[in-house]
Write a protein that binds this ligand. Structure first.
Ligand code: GDP
Ligand code: MG
Length: 724
């Protein structure tokens, strides 16, 4: 018989950290039937019969968001053998609020006070013996991060599960207890005894989900309603607030006896750092500088060192020619040599050339995440987003999306209001994901001497697109309404943990490499085939000839659409369309096509040191060396419809065909408008003005400004923040 132990606690209390160290790398991510949010199940390293569940974080058992519902349903319906309640020791009051509810479930529970390293450093004192006595359940101290006390905690909760004794439950004031006793008797006497109390308290609070689940007769409901109403009258408050209040009073009393906080005036190091990085004026510039540094190091410096080498030397001089001559030596057909050396190796190589930059980028982002900085950014963004009617909660999916859009879109589940969730799904794809970075890297190398400003601009163009879209949508009927309150515990800063950052860097990097080996190979073959065949004068293979290929014909037809954006040649059009398969494929297409160019593609002038020659060739051949065209191309590819995988995620999360189409259509239209404006107005500075284009560009700007400044619909009352 296996034992099931659930890790439950507030968000950011350290559940996943503990889960990872208790289960090692043995974890499996399981999608649960009927429920849309993932929870993680793993086996305890030291005893494979013990199953540990990592649940989404919750503040209470009255759920507001999808993931909170998941955690609650698991605890109530699946009933684990024991709960290990992770409590953030630096925030006892709020965390114990959940504990008082978990204790009512009638499931053996152990409290693990986490973050003890920080508590100790701050000089706070928690008397756990006393706390354990007051709460009537075992309490242990741990630091999930440092790994201290976790084996004891595990043993303790396993022991509790084996004994199966439910914990003592604290009492509310007499009058409430009286009503609860009545409710138990009238409505739920047929439930197992240990579950009765929780249901009774919930009925007292008039919890809709419980009322629905129990399906009580109208008679019973009116009966208990009398009890509830009389308590409400007596205490002059609604029943839900009465219970909340009593819980906090209880916690206050307990803490006054077991907890000593160091003199408040002493700021911890974390607080001091926060004073600067979340400062109203400095926060945003600091964030911009951080991102600039990240891109300077990854795309700039690492790019200088590696892109030239990877593309020109490794693939250009060694792999491609050697593969080609090797195949020729064994007497391979010419076309097969070209398919493998130019098509596949050219395409995949162009993508793999960005792996070192990618890994460093992911590494730096993981470090910022793990040390706690990125959590602050969500906080900072909340202040900005709130002004536009968006919640900072929407920024968390966007942070995740800087790795990959798919989990980013999935993370929108943490948002309670449907309309804000939809809006977040629509906008998350604007943030440049890992797969879009090669496009940025390529354009930066091809025409901008590897300037890190290009990548930084790409990131902030994404953020700006999110904000602009947020404002526009908030002013429509479908999205009007106040932003949800955003509560987040900010964990104290700590040095990044190597295992954490390597794990997340590797996960992101590996999926990048995996796609290069699968999707990109397949797409490169298709590109090669279509570019090697021609319809003209009968269907035939053209090899290095200069006849028009099928791809050229198709691409030229599509290219008309992109002409007003400045990249109306067939190669760029094909790359943009293939980008829907996977965004790396944009670079893959250029790689294959430049390998297939007839000999003598020229570099036109000097190539700066450290800049990849093959990138410069791409810039010259496919963008006529025009910085403006290339920049417009980059913007369009960053903002337009995402890859198929992300579209699939949008479809799943929207669960609605109309909204899915709206999201994809909106992104593409928005990308088109912005690229159009950038290119046409850019032309004003190059002297080759297009009058019609300029007029349309100004009209688009006027339309955009109108959408941005028109009044909000009544339902949005900015400035008035609803509190739970
Ligand atoms: P979850 O949301 O409950 O799963 O929390 P996580 O496991 O993701 O942890 C949230 C943050 O708290 C992370 O930055 C962790 O590194 C940090 N953290 C977790 N446990 C500890 C601890 O014992 N001490 C300190 N200082 N930080 C911790
Ligand atoms: Mg977690």
């Amino acid at each position: 018989m296996s034992i099931k132990i659930a890790l439950a606690g507030n968000p950011n209390s350290g559940k996943t950290t503990l889960f990872n160290s208790l289960t090692g790398s043995n974890q499996t991510v399981g999608n649960w039937p009927g429920v849309t949010v993932e929870k993680k199940e793993g086996k305890y390293k030291k005893d494979k019969d013990i199953i540990i569940m990592d649940l989404p974080g919750i503040y209470s058992l009255s759920p507001y968001t999808l993931e909170e519902v998941v955690a609650r349903n698991y605890l109530i319906n699946e009933r684990p053998d024991a709960i290990l309640n992770i409590v953030d020791g630096t925030n006892l009051e709020r965390n114990l609020y959940l504990s008082t509810q978990l204790m009512e479930l009638g499931i053996p529970t152990v409290i693990a006070i986490n973050m003890m390293d920080v508590v100790t450093k701050q000089g706070d004192k928690i008397d756990i013996k006393q706390l354990s006595a007051e709460l009537g359940l075992p309490v242990v101290e741990i630091s999930a991060l440092k790994g201290t006390g976790i084996t004891d905690a595990a043993n303790c909760v396993i022991e509790a599960a084996k004994q199966g004794k439910a914990v003592l439950q604290h009492s509310f004031s007499g009058i409430i207890e009286h009503a609860i006793a009545h409710i138990e008797e009238a409505a739920i006497h047929n439930l197992p005894e240990e579950q009765q109390r929780w249901y009774a308290v919930k009925l007292f609070e008039r919890d809709e989900k419980v009322l629905e689940q129990l399906n009580l007769s109208q008679e019973v409901i009116s009966h208990i309603e009398v009890d509830i109403a009389s308590v409400e009258k007596e205490l002059d408050d609604d029943s839900e607030s009465i219970i909340t209040n009593e819980r906090y009073v209880f916690i206050g009393q307990v803490l006054s006896r077991c907890y000593k906080k160091q003199n408040k005036s002493k700021l911890s190091v974390s607080d001091k750092i926060d004073r600067i990085v979340t400062n109203r004026i400095l926060a945003l510039p600091i964030f911009a500088v951080m991102m600039f540094l990240v891109y300077t190091i990854s795309i700039g410096t690492i790019g200088d060192w590696t892109v030239g080498f990877m593309n020109d030397t490794l693939f250009g001089e060694w792999i491609v020619p050697n593969v080609a001559s090797g195949l020729e030596a064994i007497g391979c057909w010419d076309w097969l040599v070209s398919l493998i050396a130019d098509g596949v190796v050219g395409g995949v190589g162009a993508v793999l050339g960005f792996v070192p930059q990618m890994l460093i980028l992911f590494l730096l982002l993981s470090i910022l995440e793990d040390c706690g900085y990125m959590a602050r950014v969500a906080f900072i963004m909340d202040r900005i987003f709130r002004k536009f009617g968006l919640s900072g909660k929407s920024f968390i999916p966007m942070l995740i999306a800087s790795g990959c859009g798919v989990p980013g879109i999935m993370a929108s589940r943490t948002i309670e209001q449907e309309r804000d969730r939809r809006m977040t799904i629509i906008t998350t794809g604007f943030i440049p994901c890992g797969a879009k970075m090669p496009i940025v890297g390529l354009i930066a190398a091809a025409l901008f001497g590897n300037s890190p400003l290009i990548a930084t601009a790409a990131y902030f163009i994404g953020v700006a697109a999110v904000i602009v879209t947020g404002i526009i949508l908030k002013k429509t009927k479908n999205f009007a309404g106040d932003p949800a309150p955003f509560v987040m515990e900010l964990p104290a800063y700590h040095p990044p943990v190597p295992s954490n950052i390597f794990r997340s860097t590797w996960e992101r990097g590996w999926s990048f490499i995996k796609r290069a080996g699968t999707v990109i190979v397949a797409a490169s073959v298709i590109i090669w085939v279509l570019n090697s065949l021609s319809f003209e004068g009968g269907f035939h293979y053209i090899g290095e000839g200069d006849e028009q290929s099928i791809l050229n014909v198709i691409g030229s037809a599509i290219a008309i659409i992109f002409k007003p954006l400045g990249f109306g040649n067939w190669q760029a059009a094909v790359a943009t369309v293939l980008g829907l398969v996977a965004k790396e494929e944009v670079v893959g297409v250029f790689g294959t096509l430049s390998e297939m160019l007839p000999e003598g593609a020229d570099l036109m002038g000097e190539v700066e040191e450290g800049v990849s020659q093959s990138a410069v060739i791409i810039g010259n051949e496919f963008f006529d060396g025009s910085k403006l065209s290339a920049f417009s191309f980059m913007i369009f590819n960053l903002l337009c419809a995402p890859c198929f995988a992300a579209m699939g995620a949008i479809k799943r999360e929207m669960n609605n065909a109309k909204w899915t189409c709206f999201a994809i259509g909106y992104m593409t239209a928005f990308a088109y408008a912005i690229s159009f404006i950038v290119y046409q107005l850019g032309l004003l500075f190059t002297g080759s003005v297009n009058i019609v284009g300029t007029v349309i560009a100004f009209a688009l700007i006027a339309a955009l400004v109108y959408l941005l400044v028109r009044p909000y619909k009544e339902r949005t009352h900015l400035g008035k923040v609803r509190t739970k």
